[in-house]
Design a protein around this ligand. Structure first.
Ligand SMILES: Cc1cc2nc3c(=O)[nH]c(=O)nc-3n(C[C@H](O)[C@H](O)[C@H](O)COP(=O)(O)OP(=O)(O)OC[C@H]3O[C@@H](n4cnc5c(N)ncnc54)[C@H](O)[C@@H]3O)c2cc1C
Length: 483
């Protein structure tokens, strides 16, 4: 199958999957009032690939079938490949205004990166290398939408998972059979789960290397979302079912987050990518650096998001006549600087792309991505603060569409007008800003930007512990030597 249409994508979600939302099992995610609009948003992402003007830019010829397949599955061999992939990512990111952290291209690239590292997955058992290569081909040829889960559940971080009172709170192997692994437990945090065809669970979290129980948790695999015994427990929905005038973002882009819970689930052997390999799990951030590939999607998404955010902020400042104030200009410039800094990180990482040990294809440079990854959460938080500072009480001058169109519309026209904008337009703009910074959707976006890529605090601790200080130390030594 070549690239799927939106209709084919939606059809694939009607498969009896076990999704729990607000106390109920969802029968059909494409028809549920709190999920259907997001399903439609994703369907429109799939349809982009069939737009005659975009098709060429979003696809490449499959090396196995010759069919056009999504560029997020390409193994980049050259700079040109990286640029082609970036262009395809930009189309999706701009179509969703950077509001979809988990457009399907994100995990597609992650699996592709794992496939590029297939040799390392197979270091201790060659089957796993073959499995990841075959799986990559499967998702590429079937244009699969994936959720992914790295982490163990947040129960007691003081203890290793091997030390928790119940050995199957975290996902672990219960039995090994001729058909595959039987697993029970849970994994966090499956963003996009209700709308995904498959779950990808690479091993990731550090496990105690000298504890024999660690092996049970050192597993990597992929499964269909609709696998018997596998259920997803969603957080509450932020799509309130209200009009897009009132909730323009919540009503379209609530990509949903869920805990994946496994109850004696069979993972067939051909879907196992790692088993009992504690060393591989502990290598995952360093040698098996999937992030060096998927950070390109992150940067493209951040640029699209920042352009949108800049437009909103500029619009607010003009709407209420505050652009002449120096500090307002300075704050809007900060957003511009942030936008251009992300662009610079992205271009540096792409320019530094290289071949790396154990991996096929080229890999964008690590250092620009690491610096961006550590800096971004604070930069995004600062921008959300700037919007609050500039919009101020205007964020509360946000009556609903019913008010704007109802019996008090004259009052809206008179008292809600701005310097260069009429009342209804101004309310619409400020409601958009509120959905970005103040609603549950907006708060989740901020939390997402802080944590989706790991906990920066722990990442920075690791940075401190692993950085090569030779040049820095030498610099001080030479300073004293030259006094
Ligand atoms: C909106 C959202 C979407 C997400 N989507 C996904 C997804 O699709 N797939 C996925 O796999 N993950 C996803 N994540 C999970 C994300 O990877 C984790 O939130 C992140 O890695 C942090 O882990 P945690 O939430 O378990 O926090 P914890 O690790 O429990 O940390 C909680 C706090 O304790 C501190 N802490 C904990 N342990 C230590 C330690 N050893 N040393 C120092 N400080 C410590 C942390 O600094 C932090 O302040 C998502 C998260 C969010 C918020």
């Amino acid at each position: 199958m070549a690239v799927r249409t939106g209709a084919q994508f939606l059809e694939g979600l009607r498969d009896g999957r076990e999704i729990w939302l607000e106390g109920e099992r969802v029968e059909d995610v494409t028809a549920h009032p709190k999920l259907e609009r997001m399903a439609q948003t994703l369907a429109s992402v799939y349809d982009l690939q069939h737009d005659p003007e975009l098709h060429e830019q979003m696809t490449f010829k499959s090396p196995s079938s010759g069919e056009p397949v999504a560029l997020s599955y390409i193994i980049p061999e050259t700079q040109d490949d990286l640029m082609r992939r970036r262009k395809a990512l930009e189309i999706v990111a701009h179509a969703s205004y950077g509001m979809l952290g988990r457009a399907p291209d994100y995990v597609n690239i992650q699996v592709t990166a794992a496939r590029q590292m297939a040799k390392v997955y197979g270091d201790n058992d060659g089957r796993f290398s073959d499995n990841i290569i075959a799986y990559h081909e499967y998702i590429r040829e079937n244009d699969v939408c994936l959720t992914h889960t790295f982490g163990h559940p947040q129960v007691n971080r003081e203890l290793a998972v091997t030390e928790l009172s119940d050995p199957y709170i975290a996902l672990g192997v219960v039995d090994t059979t001729s058909e595959g692994l039987i697993v029970s437990g849970s994994k966090l945090l499956a963003t996009l789960a209700p709308f995904s065809d498959e779950i990808f669970a690479p091993i990731y979290r550090p496990l105690p290397p000298n504890d024999p129980n660690s092996e049970k948790y050192a597993i990597g695999f992929a499964l269909p979302v609709a696998t018997p015994g596998l259920k997803f427990i969603c957080r509450e929905s932020y799509d309130l079912g209200r009009s897009l005038y009132d909730y323009p973002l919540s009503g379209q882009f609530d990509e949903m987050d869920a805990l994946a819970v496994f109850d004696n689930v069979l993972i067939p052997w051909d879907r196992v990518f790692a088993h009992g390999d504690v060393e591989l799990g502990n290598l995952n951030l360093g040698r098996v650096a999937l992030w060096r590939q998927y950070m390109q999607q992150v940067a493209v998404k951040n640029i699209a998001k920042l352009e949108f955010v800049l437009g909103i902020t500029h619009g607010i400042a003009e709407a209420i006549g505050i652009t002449q104030y120096g500090h307002v200009q300075e704050k809007i410039s900060e957003i511009i600087d942030t936008l251009e800094t992300v662009r610079a990180y992205m271009r540096a990482a792409e320019a530094d792309a290289e071949h790396i040990e154990g991996g096929v294809g080229i890999w964008p440079g690590a250092e620009p991505w690491i610096a961006m990854r550590h800096w971004w959460p604070d930069a995004y938080t600062r921008i959300m603060w700037i919007i609050g500072q500039l919009a101020a009480g205007g964020l509360m001058l946000t009556p609903t569409e019913q008010d704007v169109e109802g019996p008090i519309s004259d009052s809206i026209a008179k008292f809600y007008q701005g310097a260069a904008i009429d009342g209804p337009e101004r309310v619409r703009l400020f409601r958009l800003a509120w959905d970005l910074v103040g609603t549950q959707f907006g708060s989740r976006q901020a939390l997402y930007e802080r944590f989706f890529n790991g906990d920066v605090t722990q990442l920075r601790m690791r940075r401190f512990q692993t950085y090569d200080y030779t040049r820095a130390d030498q610099s001080v030594k030479s300073f004293f030597e030259n006094l």
